[in-house]
Design a protein around this ligand. Structure first.
Ligand SMILES: Nc1nc2c(c(=O)[nH]1)N[C@H]1C(S)=C(S)[C@@H](COP(=O)(O)O)O[C@H]1N2
Ligand SMILES: [Mo]
Length: 428
């Protein structure tokens, strides 16, 4: 990925807004939605028989593999043309503003490839374990399916997610600012079982997973993590991995940066020190103000974003009862609390966290409020079970400078205007 441009496409985007005005009112506990329906003015959509009510629909033979409704054309992955030179070493983004709950549907999981999508027949796929082991082994997919299997729901976030926002508000939509995250139920085998089969030598300290794609993706992973919760998986959300997500075999590294989750996993070398390859030196490291770089920053820090309203999901219904929602996550474990502000961080209210809460998974929050039609500066702030608090943009910049494109977990602001249009801004 290229570094963010100093100048940006639209000057609108880089607004630095002083929230001098008082945006205090507007929140009420009432949950009554005033209905526009009026029996005195009959709605033909309820009084007249419609075509779909009159004629037979498609039979069960029409869709051997189901697809979304034809009216859901907006719920698609999107890319940003200027971000990368070639789509084969590029990224597209999850349409977070079109989703609810915490599961990312398989067809909408963002993709990040360094050498395009490898298409591998399971019968031609092998996994080798070599290096500091007693018995170097080569597994077929059938061999791997004989190990005990488990299911876990985990988020994957690319370390470059929100990377374009380090120097100022830039991309107009949570799909683009925060869409390098997905949350999937994986089925697979604990890596520790496969490593035990090969037998780790006493000096085994590091693992180097390698991809079978043209990028030969490799990353150094400490053995403790490999023996803790890492999985090698064959299924996502109940069905086989999609080619884009590493079919037929992927490494899952819960809570840690997406780059380590090697797709099309073909080999794991066991060593006694890290390898210092490209993706852990020149990439996925943070250049600080003093010229030194932060390295091996594996856990994805506590983070959240409001997905609705947001620039791609304006308020169209006018003032009154409004549902605000978003997602929160932490690479260390569970999110304990999410606070929401409608006045750019002056006043905070605790949001309603949906009870489906899993460690190292996305959490869903809601905040139901009465919009009085005034402009709003929406923010969310997540706190995890270990007390980590999501920082403001300026707190993050004070700690890390502005040279980085990775590991930006700062608070996002959306400016809701009187007409319900929403823009990406920063407040000071
Ligand atoms: N073999 C291989 N594994 C890979 C990559 C790759 O290009 N090749 N990209 C990595 C990066 S940078 C990220 S962020 C995640 C993206 O996972 P996804 O495509 O399922 O969203 O996969 C990682 N694993
Ligand atoms: Mo990534």
């Amino acid at each position: 990925m290229k570094k963010p441009k100093d100048t940006i496409d639209s000057s609108r985007r880089r607004q630095l807004i002083k929230t001098g005005m008082a945006v205090t009112g507007g929140i009420s506990a009432s949950l009554v939605v005033a209905s526009k329906a009026n029996a005195a003015t009959p709605d033909p959509l309820i009084t007249e028989i419609q075509d779909w009510n009159r004629y037979l629909g498609d039979g069960v033979d029409a869709r051997p593999y189901g697809l979304p409704s034809k009216f859901e054309t907006d719920a698609v992955r999107r890319d940003v043309a200027w971000l990368t030179a070639d789509p084969k070493a590029s990224v597209n983004f999850t349409p977070l503003h079109k989703l609810d709950g915490i599961i990312t549907p398989n067809g909408l999981c963002f993709e990040r490839h360094h050498g395009g999508v490898a298409e591998i027949a399971p019968s031609s796929h092998r996994l080798m374990i070599n290096g500091l082991v007693n018995n170097p082994l080569v597994f077929t997919m059938e061999d791997l399916m004989r190990f005990p299997r488990e299911n876990h729901l985990y988020f994957l976030e690319c370390a470059a997610n929100t990377g374009m926002e380090w120097r100022g508000a830039q991309l107009n939509g949570c799909q683009f600012t925060h869409g390098m995250v997905h949350n999937v139920m994986y089925s697979g085998v604990k890596l520790k079982h496969v490593l035990a089969e090969a037998g780790l030598k006493g000096n085994a300290k590091w693992l180097l997973p390698e991809g079978a794609d043209a990028s030969h993706m490799t990353r150094s992973i400490p053995i403790e993590k490999g023996l803790d919760d890492c999985l090698i998986v064959t299924h996502m959300n109940g069905e086989a991995l999609r080619p884009e997500q590493g079919y037929p075999l992927r490494l899952v590294v819960p809570g840690w940066e997406g780059n380590m989750w090697v797709k099309w996993l073909r080999r794991i070398e066991v060593g006694d020190k890290p390898w210092h390859h490209r993706e852990e030196t020149s990439k996925y490291t943070d250049l600080l103000e003093d010229g030194t770089a932060r390295r091996f920053t594996w856990e994805m820090e506590v983070k959240s974003v409001i997905t609705n309203p947001s620039p791609q999901a304006p308020i169209n219904h006018g003032r009154g009862q409004t549902v605000l929602t978003g997602i929160a996550w932490s690479g260390y474990g569970r999110v304990k609390r999410v606070d929401v502000s409608i006045d750019g961080g002056r006043n905070w209210t605790t949001a309603r966290l949906d009870p489906h809460s899993f460690s190292k998974s996305l959490h869903r929050f809601y905040f139901d409020f009465d919009w009085d039609g005034r402009e709003l500066f929406l923010q969310s702030r997540a706190i995890d079970e270990f007390g980590h608090v999501q920082p403001t943009k300026n707190q993050l910049r004070a700690a890390r400078g502005v040279n980085s494109i990775y590991h930006n977990n700062s608070i996002q602001t959306w400016h809701v205007k009187n007409d319900g249009v929403v823009e990406n801004v920063e407040v000071s």
